[in-house]
Write a protein that binds this ligand. Structure first.
Ligand code: AMP
Length: 176
């Protein structure tokens, strides 16, 4: 399943730093058929879930989250790196291999009990999306699922998400 999409994901070695095998989704996005397949696949999975809002993670999560929100007929809210959102925000830190990073969300982005679908391009260790889950939960959102185009299974992100929500990914890599 989704083999066509997988063929359009490019491995780039040692990017952005030595030892990382970067999964580049730009070939899948530039192919109109493949891009359409990705959005349709997520639409089919979530069309009956009555999602109120997609929470998309900066920045490649926006490339999937925005067209999917339009197709599902729901709202779109953005989780951004610190200092980018103009109005009042809350913040959650998460660990990177070297140091810490953080995500922010506008305090009025989500209302209590709204059904939220979190979207990013890829889950690796799960640290980024865990921060996203904490932000959505702090605002009272009910997380329906966290969904990704790509899952790097070896890094165990799915286990980290267990206490927050279910994890859905279209394409899985077991090794690198
Ligand atoms: P993590 O917090 O470890 O789950 O990392 C997920 C975030 O980092 C996502 O926003 C991805 O876009 C990015 N990322 C991590 N590893 C890779 C990789 N091997 N290729 C492409 N993006 C990655």
């Amino acid at each position: 399943m989704y083999e066509d999409i997988k063929l359009n994901i490019r491995d780039v070695s040692d990017f952005p730093q030595k030892g990382i095998l970067f999964k580049d989704i730009t070939p899948a996005l530039k192919d109109k058929r493949c891009f359409g397949q990705i959005i349709e696949a997520f639409y089919d999975i979530f069309k009956n879930e009555n999602i109120d809002k997609i929470a998309a993670i900066e920045s490649r999560g926006y490339l999937i989250g925005a067209p999917l929100a339009y197709k599902l007929g729901c709202g779109l809210v953005v989780l951004r790196k610190p200092g980018k959102l103009p109005a009042k925000t809350i913040k959650e830190y998460y660990e990177l291999e070297y140091g810490r990073a953080a995500l922010e969300i506008h305090v009025d982005a989500i209302s209590p009990n709204e059904k939220i679908l979190i979207i990013d391009d890829l889950i690796a260790t799960g640290g980024t999306v865990e921060a996203a889950c904490k932000l959505v939960t702090r605002l009272g959102g009910k997380i329906v699922s966290a969904a990704f185009l790509i899952e790097l299974e070896k890094l165990g992100g799915r286990q980290k998400l267990k206490s927050y929500t279910q994890t859905i990914s279209l394409i899985k890599y077991y090794g690198a």
